[in-house]
Design a protein around this ligand. Sequence first.
Ligand SMILES: O=c1ccn([C@@H]2O[C@H](COP(=O)(O)O)[C@@H](O)[C@H]2O)c(=O)[nH]1
Length: 238
Amino acid sequence: MNQSPIIALDFSGKKETMEFLDLFGNEELFVKIGMELFYKEGPSVISELKDRGHDVFLDLKLHDIPNTVKRAMKNLAQMGCDLVNVQAAGGSVMMEAALEGLEAGTPAGQTRPLCISVTQLTSTSEEQMQSEQLISASLGESVIHYARISQQAGLDGVVCSVQEAAMIASQIGTGFLTVCPGIRPAGAAAGDQKRVATPQQARESGVSSIVVGRPITTSATPFESYRLIKQEWEGGQA
Ligand SMILES: O=c1ccn([C@@H]2O[C@H](COP(=O)(O)O)[C@@H](O)[C@H]2O)c(=O)[nH]1
């Protein structure tokens, strides 16, 4: 998978999104479309981003009965995105159905989008998980459990925080993707994120990919902020 930081394009519409991306010149990016942008603009925003040469993570976090997820994934597979996701809480049968849908919808001669599951949102604290989801395990145990059933269902990886990535790599294997939001350069506001880490901590923890939104999208100089985060993530010169 493309190792560049994944930029979360949490914008209200296509115009604002494309004006933001124009600031990056010809840079080939890995971008993430979430619910806000996709529900406003629909599939056309994916094809426009692909035409611009970007890799696309469609972050809709599907969570429904297996039949519904399978049929939805069949449609998503035809949109040309590179990475999609589901909620692990939907269960292993739902995750298997997601993969069946992706296989069925992928055009002949193309490879299916990678599919990962969300374990515990990076905006969730252990206290909140235990009191609101009534999970008595630790947050780390919950994430590992979800990662394990996701791998058994055939998924390619998980969304988790940097804090759980090394444990997943040691218990499940380094080939299993750990895609980590909640990334904040030192001193940046966490906002609604609870389990945060810097790009350097992400690199040192061996995560597969980082997802970064507001530290880039709300920056006065987005390309410069992206460049610095990428440099810290890669551990070298920009
Ligand atoms: O557990 C999760 C799953 C998804 N996200 C998404 O990542 C970005 C993070 O944006 P920031 O502005 O850097 O906080 C956002 O699009 C979320 O929907 C996540 O944060 N945590």
